[in-house]
Design a binder for this molecule. Structure first.
Ligand SMILES: C[S@@+](CC[C@H](N)C(=O)[O-])C[C@H]1O[C@@H](n2cnc3c(N)ncnc32)[C@H](O)[C@@H]1O
Length: 206
């Protein structure tokens, strides 16, 4: 069973003036190393696996209810599943990738899948103990910081993709720390640095 949270106008099929969103009409080209959109850009690449592993470790350190935004190649999802957690909600917007998610999750009973844009899905989300936010071409990213207080339990661990090789506090959250991971990406079209500054935010309800 999965929940469909797609709302008309929440996607940008025609790439109109609403800003960058995934073009959901574009096919996804997949191989063992990467997935990319038909027009060329890479969405996810296997070299990111050590980063995803550390992110999964961070957000799952206390177990509990976990939220993952963006399934991609399912690398982080598989790594999250290795931890002792209570539940795992995954939101994915692209129909091809969502099919992969459905296939992968069908024999796992702690997973709830949501098809659509996470921002459109916000009213269906519960509260979590760990959150991994890793989307691509997502115009709602600036809203993420506003959602955090509404979906985080006390001490919830949150991390997200940081495309800059520095301590960049994209969501301007108080108390974010950065852990430097040494990486060796092959030449690619989105990240060619040797260090990944992984954001680590722990939510405190005051
Ligand atoms: C970089 S990939 C995620 C990679 C994943 N962490 C892994 O380990 O394979 C980004 C994913 O976010 C999805 N996505 C992009 N915008 C989204 C949105 N607004 N809501 C939900 N999913 C979105 C994309 O379709 C894609 O599957």
């Amino acid at each position: 069973m999965y929940l469909v949270v797609m709302e008309l106008g929440e996607t940008n099929k025609n790439k109109d003036d609403e800003g960058d969103m995934m073009n959901l009409d574009e096919m996804i080209i997949k191989n063992n190393d990467s997935i990319r959109i038909e027009s060329g850009a890479i969405i996810m690449h296997a070299w990111e696996t050590p980063i995803m592993a550390r992110m999964a470790e961070f957000i799952c350190q206390d177990g509990g209810d976990i939220l993952e935004v963006g399934f991609g190649m399912g690398i982080s999802a598989r790594l999250i599943q290795k931890h002792d957690i209570k539940s795992h909600d995954i939101v994915e917007i692209h129909p091809d990738i969502f099919k992969d998610l459905e296939e992968w999750s069908k024999d796992k009973n702690d997973i709830n899948t949501l098809f659509g844009d996470w921002w459109g899905a916000r009213d269906w989300l519960k509260t979590y103990d760990g959150i991994l936010f890793d989307t691509y071409l997502d115009k709602h990213v600036p809203e993420f910081k506003n959602l955090i207080p509404t979906i985080c339990n006390d001490e919830c661990k949150v991390t997200w993709w940081n495309n800059l090789p520095k301590d960049y506090n994209e969501h301007q959250l108080a108390g974010v720390e950065f852990e430097i991971l040494h990486v060796q990406p092959p030449v690619n079209d989105y990240f060619n640095h040797k260090t990944f500054h992984m954001p680590k935010y722990i939510h405190n309800e005051i």
